[in-house]
Design a protein around this ligand. Structure first.
Ligand code: AMP
Ligand code: GLY
Length: 432
């Protein structure tokens, strides 16, 4: 039987998931809601203008089109219960229930969970009152990390260097409601030293399969400077995650998390993403959980995935992941995000993008769209992160060169990108 698939979301992650799904021999057709200019032009794929917060509309569409599998990209519909709704309606939807999605939906929930199961993470306290938070901060050494409790689109985390800055952030979040309800509770935690890595697996409630390792680049500017963003580029595999560290993450983080969620009656199905800080001695600590695939980690990881993604997702929904195997392209993949100047703060949109067609025939190179749309037949920018130019090659350096060579063909007036995606990985490889 061939599957009709619906991907929920409109970013680079969703373009990459939909592209990989559409290539499976068992996928007949792929819908993306609402999608972008990239998903609009893929073969056997179509954008549908659904409101991704309206689960009844999505359910009706799935019934009309006989959708066999729904794959959810972003966190908001997961936290709001899309999987519970569609599962109840008898539609296979890969992702966590609303209860399980609290691992991302509430940082206070995630931190308390980590503590209950002695899973390594930064020491922390939770506050709802400005005064108590400020009294606590006066007794701490700096830097400290202040996090809004709820979803804040990657912008709810501030690293503070001294007491005046810390007090200003606490007031912004708790008193001035800068993050709305998401900031009515805050977590203050210890600043961890080390190198970040993303560890993503697919889980079916009890069993899991690790995805290829990857490293994101969260800061906007070269050398990890500038404000935090959703991610400016990524590569896979990530040499910082050695075999020994991989095993430690599985044993010390992933297994106890899945067991704990099962014990608490909210088994976790879906992509589980642990954002990790790896200390110099190789100790991994959890910075955060995401209950979905990373963006832009998805883009290079999907370039390397050889197994049919629809089959893996359907096996997970049926709790049969334990018998599945996963196959990867052994080469390196690297993706560089092209953003609008000004992102993650104010930026313009509506600029026409040129040069995309010149990459269509390039082998092992793929441009995933994020904030794009079609206007009068032209592809124009329509978001902060606009494209992710990805390449696969034998070495990380070659993948990096190919991705940047591809990127050089693409232009619009106010394009911005980091010049050093992959540099840390190349450094690791040259030292080992
Ligand atoms: P989060 O959304 O919690 O992952 O935080 C966003 C980013 O802030 C992370 O990717 C890190 O770069 C940084 N960060 C968060 N928590 C810490 C911490 N405890 N120590 C150092 N950096 C952190
Ligand atoms: N790239 C980080 C994230 O998806 O949260």
């Amino acid at each position: 039987m061939k599957n009709t698939v619906l991907v929920i979301g409109s970013g680079g992650r969703e373009h990459a998931l939909a592209w990989r799904l559409a290539q499976s021999e068992t996928v007949k057709y792929t819908y993306v809601a609402p999608g972008n200019a990239g998903t609009a032009t893929e073969a056997n794929m179509e954008n549908v203008n659904l409101d991704i917060a309206d689960f009844i509309q999505i359910e009706n569409f799935c019934r009309q089109q006989n959708v066999d599998l729904v794959v959810v990209g972003p966190e908001q519909p997961l936290v709001a219960g899309i999987v519970d709704h569609l599962t109840e309606a008898g539609i296979a939807c890969f992702g966590p229930s609303a209860a399980a999605a609290q691992l991302e939906g509430s940082k206070a929930f995630a931190k308390a969970f980590l503590k209950r199961y002695a899973i390594p993470t930064a020491a922390y306290e939770v506050f709802t009152e400005v005064e108590a938070a400020c009294t606590y901060l006066q007794q701490q050494s700096f830097p400290q990390v202040i996090k809004a409790d709820g979803l804040a689109a990657g912008k709810g985390v501030v690293i503070v260097q001294d007491i005046p800055q810390a007090e200003a952030v606490v007031k912004d979040m708790l008193a001035d409601n800068k993050f709305g309800d998401a900031g009515s509770r805050i977590v203050i935690e210890e600043f961890l030293q080390g190198e970040e890595a993303s560890f993503i697996c697919m889980a079916d409630g009890k069993d899991f399969i690790s995805m290829a390792t990857s490293q994101d680049h969260k800061a906007r500017d070269d050398g990890d400077q500038g404000p935090n963003t959703g991610g400016m580029g990524a590569y896979s595999p990530a040499p910082v995650v050695t075999d020994t560290i991989h095993q430690r993450v599985v044993d010390e983080v992933i297994k106890p998390t899945l067991e704990g969620m099962q014990t608490e009656g909210m088994p976790f199905t879906g992509f589980l993403y642990a954002g990790l800080m790896i200390a110099a001695d190789g100790t991994p600590k959890v910075l955060e959980f995401n209950v979905r695939f990373g963006d832009p980690e998805t883009q290079p990881i999907m370039m390397r995935l050889k197994s049919p993604l629809d089959q893996l997702c359907l096996a997970a929904v049926k709790q049969e992941l334990g018998t599945e195997a996963i196959e990867w392209d052994q080469r390196f993949a690297l993706g560089v995000v092209m953003a609008e100047q000004g992102y993650p703060e104010a930026y313009q949109s509506g600029h026409a993008i040129t040069g995309l067609e010149s990459l269509e025939q390039w082998q092992d190179c793929k441009v995933f769209h994020a904030g794009t749309k079609v206007n009068d037949g032209k592809t124009v920018t329509a978001g902060g992160r606009v494209l992710c130019v990805c390449a696969v090659d034998e070495s990380l350096q070659q993948a990096q060169q190919k991705a940047y060579a591809g990127l050089a063909k693409i232009q619009w007036g106010s394009a911005y990108f980091r010049q050093d995606i992959g540099a840390k990985g190349i450094r690791h490889l040259s030292e080992s």
